[in-house]
Design a binder for this molecule. Sequence first.
Ligand code: F6P
Length: 328
Amino acid sequence: MKRIGVLTSGGDAPGMNAAIRAVVRTGISKGMTVLGVRRGYNGLILDRTETPEIEADIVELSVRSVSDIIQRGGTLLYSARCQEFRYESGLQKAKATCERHGIEGLVVIGGDGSFRGAADLSARGIACVGIPGTIDNDIAMTDYTIGYDTAMNTAMELVDKLRDTAQSHDRCTVVEVMGRNAGYIALNTGVSCGATAILTRETGTSAEDVITRIKNTQTTGKHHFIVVMCEGVGNAAEVAKEIEKHTGVESRASVLGHVQRGGSPTVRDRVAASRLGHRAVELLSNGIGNRVVGFDRNELVDFDIQDALRMTKEFDFSLYNVGMDISF
Ligand code: F6P
């Protein structure tokens, strides 16, 4: 393969730039031309490359064009979720764009939804390799996704700050973190911040459970509390109100939101992104597509995309139990 593309798709995640850099540098070192596709699959569908007044969607990336990005959050290729790519018309447009630009292989950095698109495009003759990039860590085929560590550290730092003020006022702070449908960020943030309770879909923790835990902990002389909940399991403000009503502890809610998606990637994210990007291009250079790369206990692995999408991921209940056993 002599000409490949790279794009970032779905929610951005810290470390995506490090992955782009790895893809570009590995590709060039193997004698390939690497094209950056902007704004996810939209770049392949719109293809405004020939419209001088509009920023091109597809640009050649040189060794130097990815200098000074390994430490930056976000993605220099921009990201998007592309509805049209779910339909045959969108896939055909993307295939035609790839053919026009001579793109034989494509590295797709994103989440499950992006991998579905990569499988569909692979089935239409463009060899795609997926790299898991999402703060949610909700991709079953891999233990680890790019951005997860940075997001957890950001959440942890913010909850630490919230604890300072909760402690000063003898309050309970209910913190909502991201994760879409997955409670991994909530679990690790909760354990690392000594949360009295952690609410996720997987654990099914109810507001009543939280109140019971707080009441039990009050008997040990504790006056301030942190409760971490995953987005989508309820409303933080309502949980805070219930806690205040039933425990007498003044309570506040805080929704961390998109701040968790930004910032300079941690060591773990930069290294993971570099390894994944390098492996993805190795696969393409060997003519292998329709794969997704990831980690199994820190070892690189790759799977057929359809097989990867059928896998399921276990929630770490033992970590949850540790957290609950020691936070009172
Ligand atoms: O998948 C990453 C993520 O940040 C989720 O945690 C969250 O549910 C979602 O994206 C938010 O999406 P948007 O940026 O479209 O609001």
